[in-house]
Structures are given as C-alpha cells and as structure tokens.
Design a binder for this molecule. Sequence first.
Ligand SMILES: [Zn+2]
Length: 234
Amino acid sequence: MNILAIGAHADDIEAKCGGTLLKYKAMGHKIFMVLSTTGNIGSNSAASRSEIEATRKKEQLAAARLFDAEVLFLPFDDQLLEDNPTTRKAMLDAIRWADPDIIFTHDPSDPSPDHWMTSRIVTAVVLCAGSRLTPSERPPIDKSPSVFFWDNGAGVNFLPEVYVDISEHIDLKKEAISQHESQLEWMSTFKENDLFETFEVISRFRGIQAGVQYAECYRAFRLRGRMPDFKLLP
Ligand SMILES: [Zn+2]
C-alpha cells in the first residue's frame, strides 16, 4: 500500500504518527510525507525566514530517510495557511502524487491554526481525488483513501477511536524526532524543554489506554460514500 502522512510543519508527522509509519515500513509498505507549510517562523535564532525554512527542509529529509519516505513540501507560509483555491489545488496535487490507500493528518479539533486548516483542506479535497474536472496538475486516481486523524497536542480534547501498538518502534520514533534539531530550541520558547520526554509520555499514556507499552491513536473521517476502512491500520 501507499501510506500518506500530511502535516502542517516539519516534525508533526514523526511526532504524531511516526511509530505507525515505521510499522507500515517494516511490513513493506511505501511511505509518503507532505508538509503543508514551510515552517518559516519556527525559530528565534535563525537570521531569516528563508534560513529556518531551509534548515527545516534539511531536517525533514533526514527524518524521512528513516522511513524510506518520499517528501513533498508545499510553499505556504507558517501560521498563515488558508483554505482557498490555490491551497486546495496544491493539496489535491499532493494526494494524487502519493496515490494513497490511507491518509493520516491533523484532527479538525486541533487548536493550532495550521493544524486544523490542514485537516480541513485535506478532507475537502480528498473527495475530488478521482474527479476529472477538479483543477489539478495530476490525473485522477482510482483509490478512495481512508482518512485518519492523529492525536492533538498532549492529547487535549482528543477521544481516540483506535490505537496502533508502536512498542517495537518507539526508539526509532524518538530518533526521527531528534532529526528536527532546530525545533528543540524553538519548543523551549513555549517552555517545553524536553520533546523526547513529551512524546515518550504521550505514547506511554496512549499505550496504557490500549493495554500495550506504547501506542499512537486515531479518529476516522466519515462521510456518506467514503467510510474509513479500519482493517488498513497496522
Ligand atoms: Zn505543527
């Protein structure tokens, strides 16, 4: 299968569904990653927006290597993502590029603006994946991908429907997060000084709920004519 993860910022994907993607990879599936913004405000020490954008691209590509993943970067500014014809077309192009069987992305209830906006755009355009007349640089695809929303930051206001046991992949998940070196400093701006502790605790917390050591959790996108296939989860 083709597995597509769509995050707003470099590091969102590894932090929220990294263990699940590593599990898919171990099963022989192909991983694709799309970033909906450039992450170009994510530093107080970089000299410019273009400098931190370049740094984060490099970090994302280093992380993606651990998943043997292909990465597509969309050109939209950090914290300014909008739902408009340009962003919808770019997202539809990205989905068609990956030709996915399953898509993971942010939850619509995530309070971070780029996060819920990414979720909104993904769920708006996924319906058009097979539509010939919707503007796109790429031809329609035959698949109807199932869409799953990943956990909110620190699990706030997120009621999981399904869990994936990532116990065997927690160390590599932490290694993937550690590739985003610039964000370790940026997160300290928000008084969050140990990203590894944060993601270890959250994965363990979700693991306790699921009766395993470490887990990631999801909710499904539902729409008449496009129901999720939970059997696709690893
Ligand atoms: Zn983010």
